[in-house]
Design a protein around this ligand. Structure first.
Ligand SMILES: [Zn+2]
Length: 427
């Protein structure tokens, strides 16, 4: 009897070919935009609707049943043949910033559909359902809030989010109605009765770390917490020619020293990033000593204790600088989110899947927020980062190599298969 070698009869999946299919779909999806010659797809817009119609077709072609929920999300389900099987979630956001690239968010939807299609077409039965979700609102590119699509799925959407308005005075409830949703049902999640087993989001890194490490993909361990402050420095305005240097309270010179201190404190802890991105000088004339400066501080990190320590050092240093310069400090905290930790066991499955795909497993944190932050309120989450060129995102020059998409697909497919095996082991 001849030995049946399955590897010879069923050749390896051509990941590069599947990656090129994903690439073609991403390019096609980029045509669904509110403006010509650029990608801008705000939540609940006409282009959002059109994009979902197209994604629905792709989901159906991949063997999924599709529903629209009442918060503008599209959900495609690959059902296990096992009765009452639990569900695993995948997905990312379909909305984009203005003048966006084609990968941010959308890669996580299209790559998930491709991986799920392959799982569905395999001869072995999966012991769990997979839902791929195209989340409606991650970028906050229409209403003042963000993550409302994934919050609706997690069952944490605040009903007040329905009353906020866009720049034209249209409320979210009105926008949902024109989108075909019933806003009265927007906050009802169908996932609360039987919580999903977990969530995997594939997303471009939006940073330069994987490129520096020469790696296609990486495992996200945490999504950094962020705090934002406004700091106001009050000095004395005066004539640039007549006030002696020793008698000045120059708010801008003091702020400059504070900015350098912030940078050096952040540099002293590799787990912290601090950015001053906005600075307003008044009166803002070349012959007047700056009397007042207002600047922003964005402070992020993976570990709440490190963020606390950095925050305390920064404000203590700001006060130390202010006092001899005789400037007055006022500050307010405008925003605070805690870090979100990815699930270690899902992370381990990702690690094995990455290693078996021929890539060195590498862990990193996410400096940017993602739908995974909201979904973490519902179930354990994991994220697979894909290298993007120069770390550029939110720009048309956003670029991902075909080979890296291929690796992401291979890793995801292995992950889903392994996840099935753990489901069976755990009954
Ligand atoms: Zn994104």
């Amino acid at each position: 009897m001849l030995f049946f070698d399955s590897k010879r009869f069923f050749p390896m999946t051509n990941w590069k070919f599947r990656a090129s299919e994903v690439q073609v779909k991403l390019e096609e999806l980029a045509n669904y935009s509110e403006v010509k010659d650029a990608l801008a797809r705000p939540t609940l817009s006409k282009s959002h609707k059109k994009a979902l119609e197209q994604i629905q077709i792709w989901m159906q072609e991949a063997g999924m049943a599709v529903v629209n929920d009442h918060a503008g999300n599209l959900i495609g389900s690959l059902k296990s043949k096992i009765e009452n099987a639990p569900t695993f979630l995948m997905g990312s956001h379909v909305d984009t910033v203005s003048n966006a690239g084609i990968y941010d968010g959308n890669l996580g939807i299209i790559a998930a559909i491709s991986a799920v299609e392959l799982v569905g077409s395999s001869s072995s039965e999966i012991p769990y359902n997979i839902d791929v979700i195209a989340f409606s609102d991650e970028e906050g590119n229409r209403f003042p809030d963000t993550l409302t699509g994934s919050q609706a799925v997690a069952g944490t959407l605040d009903p007040n989010a329905l009353t906020v308005s866009d720049s034209e005075g249209i409320t979210r409830a009105e926008a949902l109605t024109s989108f075909g949703c019933d806003p009265a049902l927007a906050c009802n999640s169908s996932y609360l009765d039987e919580r999903p087993l977990g969530y995997l989001e594939i997303h471009i890194e939006q940073g330069p770390v994987l490129e520096r490490e020469d790696l296609s993909v990486g495992i996200v361990t945490a999504i950094n917490g962020a705090r934002r402050f406004t700091i106001s420095v009050g000095g004395n305005a005066g004539h640039a020619g007549t006030v002696p240097m020793s008698m000045r309270a120059d708010a801008l010179a003091a702020s400059a020293e504070m900015l350098m201190a912030i940078e050096s404190i952040a540099k002293s802890d590799p787990g912290i990033v601090a950015t001053v991105g906005m600075l307003e000088v008044s009166p803002g004339a070349r012959n007047v000593i700056p009397g007042h400066v207002k600047f922003s501080l964005d402070l992020r990190g993976e570990n709440p204790v490190s963020i606390d320590t950095a925050q305390a050092s920064i404000f203590s240093e700001i006060n130390n600088i202010a006092s001899p310069r005789q400037v007055k400090i006022e500050w307010s905290q405008d925003y605070k989110t805690p870090p979100t930790f990815c699930d270690p066991s899902l992370g381990e499955l990702l690690e094995e899947s990455i290693r078996e795909s021929g890539v060195m497993p590498f862990e990193l944190t996410s400096g940017a927020g993602h739908d995974a932050v909201a979904i973490a309120e519902l179930c354990p989450v994991s994220m697979l980062f894909v290298r993007c060129e120069k770390g550029i995102s939110h720009h048309p020059s956003e670029a991902v190599k075909l080979n890296d998409i291929a690796k992401a697909l291979e890793v995801t497919h292995r992950f889903l298969t392994k996840f099935g095996q753990t489901c069976l082991r755990n009954g």
